[in-house]
Design a protein around this ligand. Structure first.
Ligand code: KIV
Ligand code: ZN
Length: 566
């Protein structure tokens, strides 16, 4: 980029060598304030209409927000009407405080008071920009002039509030934001905050919210934490204030900056669901809350149905939650890597066998079920996947534990299908190949009817080897002709092999078999893998599934013989 970076002025950190925040941890949630309906809304290509805002408001209430910035009622007629609709339609629960934003300008403040008339609990949030850069290039004013604007606004807001309280008994609180706080000299930020606290008559009983915005994220998150700790230490009226932060995400570290500012003493956080907001967005409250949750801290917000939260958000804002969005994205509880899948499975098994009360699963920071989701292993097979790849899919996705000796044969079938398709195969496609190759093989031999039973116990019949004799009777169709076969053996497989001799199927050698239970749908069945040598000495594999374990083996034998005949 041809040294273009030299035109940027590096951020000047403040000096705070005795900072205390790095030693702290987050042990309790902050007061959350959603600014979705204001900061989030103002950053939409098509701002929400009345019905959308009301739906979103209901979602925020359901999630558990107690402070909700509903808009900028003095900015437009639509915003004004939305505020009135919430109040007049009585849509604001008793324990929820609505917040309205207004610039520190007289006519806008007066209009804002008209808009909130009759609401039970309101925070009047006023702001003016204090940043070094904006003072230089936008306002062309010294800091004194900026302080005057804030103080004049504070006095007017106090006067209108006292009048409104006297007349209506409304509960009105104050919030002041030195906008672009993180781009302001800290002495100036402290100065203006103290002046505003005084002008508003803040007391420990009637605290004012001092909202310190990271309006544009300017440096690594530790610098913001230093700024917050500096202000908390130096604002004289600190005990009369609730320290709030309002981080944006320009450097992609809004969540980190917020978390560090909480360590530094911030008590309240303003942000949005999924981080919607100006430019790169406001801080994402879902991520903040779920990060706390994953550390054993109850965030006091309910994201147990994240799909619903996401659906309402996407419908009302026309924004999309990206697939890798923490906790909510489509792919965040998905494992692509085989070794990750293996470790996850082992973690889940460990929790079961040890009855662990804790979440101890590698690669999944939280239990997906806590946000109403499921872990999803994605197993993809391509022509490079190797002989065991297809067997791995059969095991992970469908529970079939193919014997090692079968892996190369089935691997070759899958590889040929990949080559033919010229792409990766999804697990269901691998299963379909398995089914076609092993489970749907009924020609030239087809076992139409069969019966297996042991010798009557009273007769205590024993065969030559001393085991209980087993009878097999069946109707075996060869090509298009049915043959009745029956034989006795020292076990079901032996009896069946002897019966097969009656239709001239001989010289197959039994090499090995393996079986296990498998749950397909509601019922549990047995699957049997049969390994034979055909009369020419070649390997022949077959698979049988049945609710009876002996019949599963017999089906597996017929399958192997049919495949060898093919
Ligand atoms: O980002 C910001 O500084 C704001 C203020 C109005 C609080 O949105
Ligand atoms: Zn903002």
């Amino acid at each position: 980029m041809n040294n273009g970076c030299k035109k940027y002025i590096p951020f000047q950190q403040i000096t705070l060598p005795d900072r205390t925040w790095p030693q702290k941890t987050i042990t309790a949630p902050p007061v959350w304030c959603s600014v979705d309906l204001r900061d989030g809304n103002q950053a939409l290509i098509d701002p929400m209409n009345l019905e959308e805002k009301l739906d979103f408001f209901k979602l925020l209430v359901d999630v558990g927000f107690k402070e909700i910035e509903i808009g900028f009622p003095s900015a437009s007629e639509t915003e004004y009407e939305i505020c009135r609709a919430l109040i007049e339609r009585d849509l604001i629960p008793e324990d929820v405080t609505i917040q309205v934003l207004v610039q520190a300008r007289e006519h806008l403040i007066r209009k804002t008071f008209d808009a909130i008339h009759g609401a039970k609990n309101v925070i009047v949030h006023f702001y003016n920009s204090t940043s070094t850069l904006q003072r230089k290039v936008v306002f062309k004013k010294e800091m004194d002039g900026i302080v005057d604007i804030a103080v004049e606004a504070a006095k007017l807001i106090r006067e209108l509030t006292e009048k409104e309280i006297a007349e209506t008994g409304m509960n009105i609180r104050y919030e002041y934001s030195p906008e672009s706080f993180s781009g302001t000299e800290m002495e100036n930020a402290v100065l203006i905050c103290d002046k505003v606290l005084d002008a508003l008559g803040a007391t420990p009983e009637n605290k004012v919210i001092l909202n310190l915005p990271d309006t544009v994220e300017m440096c690594t998150p530790n610098t913001f934490a230093d700024q917050i700790e500096y202000c908390i230490r130096n604002i004289k009226g600190r005990k009369n204030a609730i320290i709030s932060v309002h981080p944006h995400n320009d450097r992609g570290t809004g969540v980190a900056a917020t978390e560090l500012s909480l360590l530094a003493g911030a008590e309240r956080v303003e942000g949005t669901l999924f981080g919607n907001g100006e430019r790169t967005g406001n801080v994402d409250i879902v991520t903040l809350a779920m990060n706390m949750y994953s550390q054993g801290v109850d965030p006091q917000l309910d994201f147990s149905n994240i799909h619903h939260v996401r659906d309402v958000y996407e419908r009302c804002t026309s924004m999309k939650v990206p697939p890798r969005q923490p906790y909510a994205g489509d792919l965040v509880f998905t494992a692509f890597s085989g070794s990750h899948q293996d470790a996850i499975k082992k973690g889940v098994d460990y929790m079961k066998t040890h009855e662990s009360p804790f979440w101890e699963v590698p690669y999944l920071p939280i239990d997906p079920a806590d946000v109403g989701r499921e872990y999803e292993p994605i197993i993809r097979i391509n022509s490079q996947s190797g002989k065991g790849g297809a067997a791995f899919v059969m095991q992970q996705a469908f529970g079939f534990q193919l014997p090692k000796a079968m892996h190369p044969e089935f691997g070759t079938v899958v590889k040929a299908a990949c080559d033919e398709a010229g792409r990766e195969l999804m697990p269901q496609e691998v299963y379909n190949l398995f089914s076609k190759e092993y489970l749907e093989v009924n020609f030239p031999y087809n076992l139409k009817a069969y019966k297996l039973y042991e010798e009557n116990e009273d007769e205590e019949a024993e065969n030559a080897e001393g085991g209980t004799a087993v009878h097999f009777e069946g109707n075996l169709r060869f090509r298009h002709e049915d043959h009745k076969v029956s034989a006795v053996g020292n076990g079901p497989i032996d009896a069946f092999f002897r019966a097969l001799e009656q239709v001239n199927i001989k010289d197959y050698t039994f090499v090995a078999y393996q079986e296990h239970a498998i749950s397909r749908g509601a019922d549990s069945k047995a699957v049997s893998y049969i390994h034979l040598k055909d009369p020419q000495g070649k390997d022949a594999f077959g698979v049988g599934i049945d609710s009876n374990i002996s019949m599963a083996s017999i089906k597996g034998i017929i399958c192997a013989i049919n495949r060898a005949a093919k």
